[in-house]
Design a protein. Sequence first.
Length: 69
Amino acid sequence: MVRRCTHFVGFRGEEYHSAVKAFGPPDFIHRGWDKRAQREIADCDLVVFAKGTAEQEPRARSYDDLLAG
């Protein structure tokens, strides 16, 4: 059984706390939308964007990521 993970993308300030209240704590925090983040998200995962959507073009260069928890 695959566990659904929650990914936060692009959060930098107070909006993070609002997202946690709405969706619960994230399993992964991606500093930005890049190709690596896009690859790491499974079909069953929940992805919460600070700005934009999954339809936006991912950045070619990878951001460094933070492991939540």
